[in-house]
Design a protein around this ligand. Structure first.
Ligand SMILES: Cc1cc2nc3c(=O)[nH]c(=O)nc-3n(C[C@H](O)[C@H](O)[C@H](O)COP(=O)(O)O)c2cc1C
Length: 397
């Protein structure tokens, strides 16, 4: 990949993540698009995520002379070159074959973390060589203790350093949109499938090369390897098992940083601190699980007020630009994750598309830091926030 060669052209042709999103939609089958984009229920939380971030306003301050933003950051003992990273996304190969390999490679090149889902379509062993030292592994909690330990051992020995334990999937969500789109596992090979294949030749060719998406990490544990049996295995063995006792056991077993992903309530943050977790991700799972949830940015201020400096506060759900990243950091998040945007990048333009997402985020973040009159991330808390729905505005002096 020679991104530098294409950079100027890409910045003109795709000046925002939204432009890559539109390109991605045209290159993948409808069923894959619907799986990626869907929230759940009436998608009220999906709307809320976007609206609440948009509503936050940062009041700029000027006359600071020449500013040269530095967006590097330390987290869990690693230095990252930007304050954002790749959130775990499952069934990734449905959207784009080998997506995990492509995204993890580019994430490493750019010095940002990459998170591999338990239900990704590539294994920790395959992705491991591309991630060290920026690999994070996401766990959906297996009921069976030896399976659980085996999975964690595989992640650790493949080079994954940080463990994300997903809390916000106590049951599969309904995701009506994917049902309407006809998503089945394995994908149904019917005339519609062939028509969609013809309409998306690049996706089809890559899928022929890699094969239909499989849950490669998990399939080895299932008695039958066909996709339907593996899907049923995941549902029966990996959902609804998480409890605080379970989390304590994970804490004892995993010797690196461990983070509870997908919490919104202060009690859950407190409990995670009590049992020795190193951080939380304030997230509503990109609005895919519970349509009654608040947007995660709306709960962030109260979590920051109670827990800043007592645990690492990561944030995701609805972030679509460098300015959105800056807003979350200004409210007090220590780090930001994004899910769908990296998938838009890979579906739109492959490796170069992922690089372009990162470049867009970096450029927009740096530019907006200058607009706000700061050049270090340690100064973000000085940015005055004005937000009718989210913040009490007392930082406007
Ligand atoms: C298609 C898709 C699959 C996802 N799969 C997982 C997963 O396997 N494990 C997990 O913890 N979160 C999963 N998430 C949630 C993301 O990690 C993240 O919380 C969410 O995408 C953030 O919202 P955003 O897409 O608006 O950035 C998934 C999200 C999407 C869009």
């Amino acid at each position: 990949m020679n991104y530098a060669l294409h950079k100027a052209k890409l910045f003109n042709k795709y000046p925002a993540i939204q432009d890559l999103k539109m390109k991605a939609k045209k290159r993948i089958p409808n069923v894959a698009w619907e799986y990626l984009e869907t929230g759940t229920g009436k998608e009220l939380t999906l709307d809320r995520n976007e609206r609440a971030i948009n509503d936050i306003q940062l009041v700029p301050k000027f006359c600071k002379g020449q500013l040269n933003p530095n967006i590097g950051i330390e987290l869990f003992g690693e230095s990252y070159r930007a304050p954002f990273g790749v959130a775990p996304v499952g069934l990734t190969g449905l959207m784009w074959p080998k997506a995990e390999i492509i995204i993890s490679k580019v994430a490493k090149l750019y010095g940002i973390p990459f998170s591999l889902s338990t239900v990704a379509t590539e294994t920790p062993e395959i992705v491991g060589p591309y991630v060290n030292p920026n690999g994070w592994f996401q766990l959906y909690p297996p009921k069976n203790k030896s399976l659980r330990r085996n999975l964690l051992d595989r992640a650790r020995s493949s080079g994954f350093k940080v463990l994300l334990v997903t809390a916000d999937v106590p049951a599969p969500s309904r995701r009506e949109r994917t049902k309407r789109a006809g998503l089945t596992m394995p994908p149904r090979i019917d005339p519609k499938f062939f028509i969609e294949g013809c309409k998306n030749p690049a996706w089809t060719w890559k899928t022929i090369q890699r094969g239909l998406p499989r849950l490669r990490t998990i399939e080895g544990y299932s008695e039958f390897k066909d996709m339907m049996s593996v899907g049923a295995f995941v549902q029966n063995n990996m959902g609804g098992n998480l409890s605080w006792d379970y989390c304590e056991e994970l804490r004892e077993y995993w010797d690196g940083p461990i983070v509870l992903k997908g919490v919104l309530h202060p009690d859950d943050v407190q409990r995670s601190i009590d049992i020795g977790f190193d951080g939380v991700v304030i997230s509503n799972h990109g609005a895919r699980q519970f349509d009654g949830a608040p947007s995660s940015i709306e709960v962030l201020p109260s979590i920051v007020q109670k827990f800043k400096s007592r645990t690492k506060i990561l944030f995701d759900s609805g972030v679509r630009s460098g300015l959105d990243v800056l807003k979350a950091l200004a409210i007090g998040a220590d780090f930001v994750l994004l899910g769908r945007p990296f998938i838009y990048g890979v579906c739109a333009l492959g490796e170069i598309g992922v690089a372009h997402v990162i470049e867009l985020l970096k450029d927009d973040l740096s530019n907006n830091m200058i607009q706000c009159g700061i050049e270090r991330l340690s100064e973000v808390s000085q940015i005055p926030i004005f937000s009718p729905s989210v913040h009490n505005n007392d930082r406007i002096k």
